[in-house]
Write a protein that binds this ligand. Structure first.
Ligand code: FAD
Length: 320
């Protein structure tokens, strides 16, 4: 967070990369090789997710430690309340503290597989707000705390295809402010594909007195089915021009990826033009799309990409 503030004072744009714990040993080796290459481009930080329902707890802790101390990148670990009595939460926090990690993304978490609703575990927390309060009360200022923000409101608050009602949206924002007032330093948003919705959200947050940096979470479209799955799960609005652009190319994976890079670039350009200087890339453990977008934006050096990868990101072949 201090690094973001320093960069903002210098007028620099910063970016970060998010990864998730792979399922196999081979996947883990690949991830670290990829991370090494990506970290060479100078992200502000990298983060690792906490598997749904706490399913990857040990692996997430191990990866976070390796990221901080072997890849040597500023690391942020996600931590959720799902299936986590407070002792387990403290085990995780003291472990990362002893490994020198100072950044936590404090989350409630989704319900475990097979459950519809989030259920507070005995001796655990009901929501991210509780977790933020706990971290601040027990660990003082040691951790920089990030929380999740939802430009279209949290999916639980969305009951129709029209999106959240104005009331549900403003309740969600008020709750976000509570998380910030309780000690969160930074907000990273859920993915979105309508940039105007994100910019309105930032404006609405400012109106109610949320002053911390709000980092747009950008998920490049890599694959059509994955895109539909994620946007369905998150109840994300898809602008008509994106559907129209994808429909004719949906079975051509390379074309979808190229469009994803183009779209991500255009979204980021529009965001950066408003003076926002931070971008968070949901990499889905892949590098082409995230690096392609950053290269198009002139935020990383093309020469470093061509040295590190056997491909060249496509030039803009699509028009918006
Ligand atoms: P909360 O902030 O607790 O909010 C959840 C909902 O409940 C909101 O609608 C909020 O308005 C409402 N709410 C809760 N408590 C109150 C209250 N006291 N008063 C009023 N309203 C309340 N999931 C994982 O399992 N692992 C991850 O690593 C992970 N990483 C993520 C990273 C980002 C950037 C984002 C945006 C999401 C991530 N998620 C992850 C998904 C996240 O866990 C889910 O979206 C989850 O359903 C909500 O988590 P939260 O921290 O936003 O919850």
């Amino acid at each position: 967070i201090e690094k973001i503030q320093e960069a903002a004072a210098d007028g620099r744009t910063v970016f970060s990369f998010e990864y998730f714990p792979p399922k196999t040993e081979e996947g883990l080796d690949n991830l670290f090789e990829r991370m090494d290459r990506m970290v060479a481009h100078g992200p502000n930080f990298c983060d690792i997710t906490w598997g749904a329902g706490g399913s990857t707890a040990d692996l997430t802790l191990e990866i976070a430690n390796r990221m901080q101390n072997m890849v040597c990148v500023e690391t942020m670990m996600h931590l959720t309340c799902t299936n986590m009595p407070v002792e387990k939460i403290d085990d995780a926090l003291t472990t990362i503290k002893s490994n020198g990690i100072q950044n936590v993304l404090a989350l409630r978490g989704d319900p475990p597989h097979g459950q519809d609703k989030f259920v507070q575990v005995a001796g655990g927390f009901a929501c991210a707000l509780d977790l933020v309060q706990h971290i601040r009360a027990k660990y003082g200022d040691y951790f920089g705390i990030t929380v999740a923000g939802y430009p279209e409101a949290h999916p639980d608050a969305i009951q129709s295809t029209e999106g959240a009602t104005p009331e549900a949206y403003s309740n969600d924002l008020a709750y976000l402010k509570q998380k910030v007032d309780a000690g969160a330093d930074l907000i990273i948003t859920q993915l979105f594909y309508d940039t105007d919705i994100f910019l309105k959200f930032v404006n609405d947050c400012r109106q109610i007195g949320i002053t911390c940096p709000i980092v747009p979470g950008i998920m490049p479209i890599n694959n059509y089915k994955g895109f539909l799955r994620m946007t369905g799960f998150c109840k994300t609005k898809i602008p008509a021009e994106i559907t129209a652009a994808l429909e004719p190319i949906k079975d051509n994976e390379d074309a979808v990826k190229a469009y994803g890079i183009h779209l991500g670039t255009e979204m980021c350009k529009k965001i950066l033009a408003t003076g926002i200087k931070t971008l968070h890339l949901y990499t889905l453990n892949m590098e082409k799309s995230a690096l392609g977008i950053l290269m198009n934006l002139g935020l990383i050096e093309e020469s470093k990409i061509s040295r590190s990868l056997p491909w060249r990101p496509p030039t803009n072949v699509f028009r918006v």
